[in-house]
Design a protein around this ligand. Structure first.
Ligand code: ATP
Length: 331
């Protein structure tokens, strides 16, 4: 099912939680809503679910206006951050619950619940209560419950934030796999840029209720439309050049040409230590997994983080760094 948000705003008293949002999501895609805390991600999701009615604008599912349609009639499944499982019910009953609410018969409900449980590989846990499950297993129950009615839209609100780092990686792959298998249009709310880039077809970056940039993960990383996007996407954070004068910028970026007076940024992997270039003092050297990240500082106070080859040895305090013109971001 395709989704269209047209000039959507949501105002709570004095707060514009979402401000004139326009967004089209193609059928079967996974789109992440990404942004800092309070930027309006959850509010957007709740409007799609029908839990909030927008103060302005309209929501279309497959071209049909559903702005005023109640949640039960929207054919959506939702997974919340805390899973919201019923603690006194077995796993099977938790998963079957939406079907029972929709007045599907007991036998059929249970059969379909077992099918959904199989899909997320928890069919051996059906008799347990949520309290007897690990975080990852509870997460799967929540997903099974969200998909048991075979919804056309899946809404996930920070579904991985209660899991430890390793399990988060596994579960995000599984969510992507299930999403692709079911070809279900999915919105995934997260504040974790790496998570968003890794599993999405498209990323929507929001700030203060506004949509700042919408694109595929590669473009969000390579072609940020503003300093905000450049600094939000990518880890370690992109280097923003604020302290260098014109001559120093020319040392850093040979052939920079006429664009040099713009606000400028360069990613740590797009810089090299070289025999000529901008002289900098070597500071902290960090081994991050397979990579080595070195922090260097110019006499102006300008700092850079630079990825260097694994076995780099620094024999002197002062080295030179350079970046290529085509790797520089100007805003
Ligand atoms: P987080 O990552 O912290 O969950 P978010 O991006 O999901 O943040 P929202 O929860 O959508 O952000 O909130 C957007 C803004 O709207 C915030 O300023 C928040 O305080 C405000 N807000 C959200 N819900 C309500 C509400 N029910 N009543 C009043 N203000 C609200």
């Amino acid at each position: 099912m395709s989704i269209e948000l047209k000039n959507i705003s949501m105002k709570f008293k004095d707060t514009m939680a979402v401000n004139d949002l326009n967004l089209t999501i193609d059928s079967g895609k996974l789109v992440s809503l990404l942004g800092p805390s309070g930027c309006g991600k959850s509010t957007t999701l709740f409007m799609l679910a029908g839990l909030y009615e927008p103060t302005e604008g309209s929501i279309l599912f497959n071209g049909k206006d559903v702005t005023k349609v109640v949640p039960e009639k929207r054919n959506i499944g939702m997974v919340f951050q805390n899973y919201a499982l019923y603690p006194h019910m077995s796993v099977l009953k938790n998963i079957a619950f939406p079907l029972r609410m929709a007045k599907v018969g007991r036998k059929e409900s249970m059969e379909r619940a077992v099918q959904a449980a199989k899909l997320v590989e928890i069919n051996h846990l059906l008799d347990r209560k949520p309290g007897q499950l690990s975080g990852g297993q509870q997460q799967r129950v929540a997903i099974a419950r969200a998909i048991v009615r075979e919804p056309e839209v899946l809404l996930l609100d920070e579904p991985l934030s209660n899991l430890d780092a390793k399990l988060r990686l596994t579960m995000r792959e599984e969510i992507r796999e299930i999403q692709q298998r079911l070809k279900i249009t999915t919105l995934f709310v997260t504040h974790d840029q790496e998570e968003a880039l890794s599993i999405s077809d498209q990323v929507v970056l929001m700030k203060d209720g506004h949509l700042i940039q919408h694109g595929d993960p590669r473009d969000m990383y390579d072609l940020p439309n503003s300093r905000f996007v450049a600094e939000f996407i990518g880890s370690p954070t992109i280097n923003v050049v604020t302290a260098l004068n014109e001559a120093e910028i020319k040392e850093l970026v040979p052939h920079i040409g006429a664009a040099r007076f713009h606000s400028m940024a360069v990613r740590p992997e797009d810089m090299v230590i070289s025999s000529s270039g901008l002289p900098v003092r070597v500071g902290l050297v960090e081994k991050i997994g397979k990579d080595v990240l070195v922090t260097v500082e110019h006499t102006s106070g300008q700092r850079f983080k630079v990825f260097v080859p694994k076995h780099t040895v620094f024999n002197q305090d002062i080295v030179h760094i350079q970046a290529r013109r085509q790797d520089i971001h100007l805003f």
